[in-house]
Design a protein around this ligand. Structure first.
Ligand SMILES: Nc1nc2c(ncn2[C@@H]2O[C@H](COP(=O)(O)OP(=O)(O)OP(=O)(O)O)[C@@H](O)[C@H]2O)c(=O)[nH]1
Ligand SMILES: [Mg+2]
Length: 223
């Protein structure tokens, strides 16, 4: 039997993605489900970060993950190996998910009582930032090898994010990456963004992200 389900999600036929996104957020609120949308360029460490995060949180809350990619099921299998429910969403070549595609993904999880649903969006610093998925919070990962100038080049991605994880700090010595410059570039785009340097490889900083995430889930459920 296949390890994970693969769902072909279809682009929304609805005119207003923003309205669909607000509706999805309201439904999530009513059900007490917190949805995190995780974005980044390909290979910055989304799946590795999620694996570490899930291992620290899975005994405290019920987690389910949607892995969105143009093809393959490798990320969903990686996440399913942590023991939480994971589905692979195929976007039919699209470089992002919209709110209705996200709703199709949530329905395909076929799970009740989820506390935390996570969407690993398609790896891309442009299109995913343009479409509200209906998530309660947006997270993005910028990894050290990509360079500290990315907030200057991709403003929207940084301005829509609630938290920015600066990943792969374990290899910082091998790159001309200026952490202070990076933080100030992010703050220029989004003064309210929470910034957490991490290494998904060594685990450095992951507990700080887990704490941030657990606080968001708690806050979403009580309000
Ligand atoms: N040195 C180092 N390597 C890392 C770290 N995090 C991830 N990697 C490596 O970076 C590569 C890509 O990691 P993934 O977690 O697959 O990245 P992703 O963002 O999920 O990639 P896509 O889903 O393809 O967009 C893998 O070889 C990881 O082992 C880190 O903190 N440090
Ligand atoms: Mg991945």
């Amino acid at each position: 039997m296949d390890k994970v389900k693969i769902i072909e999600v279809k682009q929304s036929v609805f005119a207003s993605n923003d309205e669909r996104a607000d509706l999805l957020r309201k439904d999530l609120k009513d059900k007490g489900v917190f949805l995190l949308n995780l974005m980044s360029s390909p290979g910055s460490g989304k799946t590795t970060t999620l694996t570490k995060t899930i291992n620290l949180l899975k005994d405290k809350m019920k987690i389910a993950v949607m892995e969105a990619d143009i093809d393959s099921d490798v990320d969903a299998i990686t996440i399913a190996n942590t023991g939480v429910k994971a589905v692979q969403l195929h976007t039919g070549g699209m470089c992002h998910l919209d709110a209705d595609m996200t709703r199709q993904g949530l329905e395909s999880l076929e799970e009740s009582d989820i506390d935390l649903a996570i969407l690993e969006n398609v790896g891309n610093l442009v299109c995913p930032a343009e479409f509200d998925t209906g998530a309660c919070k947006n997270a993005m990962i910028l990894s050290v090898p990509e360079g500290d100038d990315k907030p200057l080049k991709y403003p929207l991605m940084f301005s829509v994010c609630d938290v920015v994880l600066i990943n792969k700090v374990d290899v910082a010595d091998f790159f001309d990456f200026d952490m202070d410059k990076c933080v100030s570039n992010i703050k220029m785009r989004n003064k309210d963004a929470v910034i957490i340097p991490i290494s998904a490889k060594t685990g450095e900083g992951i507990e700080d992200f887990v704490q941030w995430l657990a606080d968001q889930v708690k806050e979403w459920k009580v309000k």
